[in-house]
Design a protein around this ligand. Structure first.
Ligand SMILES: [Zn+2]
Length: 210
């Protein structure tokens, strides 16, 4: 006969065993990058892979339920990220905030500690214990919390002026300013090239009119 405590201990040891077998927990910045990819290119499978590591996932391709779901998540995330970026101009509504907070609170953080090379390492796994049928799902809402926080990822969330994609601004390599207007040096160069072409065609037009 298994006592109540016995069962709990068994459960705990099973849980610990599962955690040991699971692949390493993804870092928070990897989770945020993948959430942005959901908005940018509907990378839904990549998102599920990072938030549910080691879990078997649907093929995705050709499954209308799946493609519709991923498209809905993409539109939803695009709108949410735009709202976060523009919140200094157009404040978020209390209803919006309440919905996001409620979903994010349905996610448990489970830290695990280990010593690697004499240094303490903390891994955090996330487990949705309350499932919300409406958007956003808990993990996407949790990312929104991190992005709303200016001391967290909030100060890095940016929108590329050239390609219109969301990205996390990176700190400058040596000195100088953060690159916040463009997602990559290539897009900055391309945008500057377009600007200078526009300027020279304007200049030529003005000269013709004289
Ligand atoms: Zn870009």
């Amino acid at each position: 006969m298994v006592t109540k405590t016995g069962e709990t201990e068994l459960e705990l040891s099973r849980w610990a065993e599962r955690l040991r077998k699971e692949p390493p927990a993804p870092s928070r910045s990897r989770i945020v990058e993948r959430a942005l990819a959901v908005a940018n290119r509907g990378a839904w499978i990549d998102w599920l892979r990072v938030v549910h590591p080691g879990r078997e996932l649907p093929d995705g391709e050709g499954d209308p339920l799946f493609t519709d779901g991923s498209r809905a998540a993409q539109y939803w995330m695009q709108a949410a990220l735009t709202a976060i970026i523009e919140r200094k101009v157009t404040p978020l509504t209390p209803e919006q905030i309440a919905q996001w907070c409620g979903s994010a609170e349905g996610v448990l953080s489970l830290p695990s500690y280990s010593v690697v090379g004499g240094k303490l390492r903390t891994d955090v796994r996330y487990q949705e214990f309350e499932h919300h049928r409406e958007q956003p799902d808990g993990m996407l809402a949790l990312v929104l919390m991190w992005l709303l926080d200016e001391d967290d990822f909030g100060h890095r969330l940016s929108l590329c002026q050239h390609c219109g994609k969301f990205f996390l601004a990176k700190p400058p390599k040596k000195q100088g300013r953060w690159l916040r207007r463009y997602c990559s040096p290539t897009h900055m160069q391309e945008a500057l090239a377009v600007l200078s072409r526009e300027r020279s065609s304007k200049w030529r037009k003005n000269r013709k009119q004289k």
